[in-house]
Design a protein around this ligand. Sequence first.
Ligand code: NAD
Ligand code: LMR
Length: 329
Amino acid sequence: MTNSPVTVTVTGASGQISYGMLFRIAAGAMLGHDTPVRLRLLEIPAAIRSAEGVAMELDDGAYPLLSSIDITDDPRTAFDGSGVALLVGARPRTKGMERADLLAANGAIFTEHGTAINAVAAADVKVLVVGNPANTNAFIAMSNAPDVPRSRFTALTRLDHNRAIAQLSRKTGAPAADIAKVAVWGNHSATQYPDLFHATVAGRPALDVVNDEAWLTDDFISTVQQRGTAIIAARGSSSAASAASAAIDHIHDWTLGAPDWVSMAVCSDGSYGVPDGLISSFPVTCEAGDYTIVPDLEIGDFSRTRIDASVRELVDERAAVVELGFAAG
Ligand code: NAD
Ligand code: LMR
């Protein structure tokens, strides 16, 4: 049976990540092989021509599930009826730009996009912010969409989650499929905390299998935290295909469910001492179109210190955008 088509809005559609993502979305990798998609590509006027080129290539794929492609530079047109909104387009940091300048440039973009989502998106829209600083951009969009439930605004930390699984797989020699219950807490930044205290490898506690405390403290955590920077240093530009893949994983699991925990940055309900309303990464379970923060995990001192440090950074980012007038305090 074929489902009704879903409108999928992608911002920054001419960029690197979108180029790694759009063809897989059209092929059914994100919403399943029985759900047609209507693509809405949003770009700034200077990049519309390039988006037209991407659309020509999408046409040339002759994807059976691709119902239509629209290209626009108007957010209200782009988000009209949107069931999935992938907010990838963001202002990158350029030479001489201070952190406050970056927050201000992105604050304007995510205020506009949040306002448009509030006005015209589908009632059950699922929003994933990829553009950095992803958590705080999601917070700004959410703050400007008061009629949309807060639970609908999320940011991407699945890439960090997948990176953590990959590092544990390398260390233990176990395939990624044997690894479960990895968690990423906090901000998608160098303060994030990838947590292996609940993780298992083929059903055994991961830290027993690893049996190397120095690896956890001196290698694993910093490798995951610094992976984005390492990729920029090696490739000359930020991760694109792996980010695209993680974004597809995030929406796929949120929509269709997942057999294991995944990490998502979602609006905190106060769980684990993370202030209510912050968009922070948690381990979650996904079922039937909803996610739930994994409850009642034991958090030892080692983890507590690291979660608190990343959450403090998010609190500071929130204070900065409130001061800039992009969200109420
Ligand atoms: P890119 O520069 O290749 O593409 C960004 C695109 O966004 C450009 O085509 C640009 O024209 C467009 N854009 C800018 N402002 C826009 C607006 N107001 N409306 C619509 N489109 C707009 O960048 P990329 O490599 O695709 O990365 C995109 C973002 O994702 C960056 O912020 C990057 O730092 C971030 N990122 C996040 C993660 C994560 O895990 N959360 C991982 C990798 C990259
Ligand atoms: C990543 O994690 O690869 C990116 O968020 C890095 C970056 O700064 O764009």
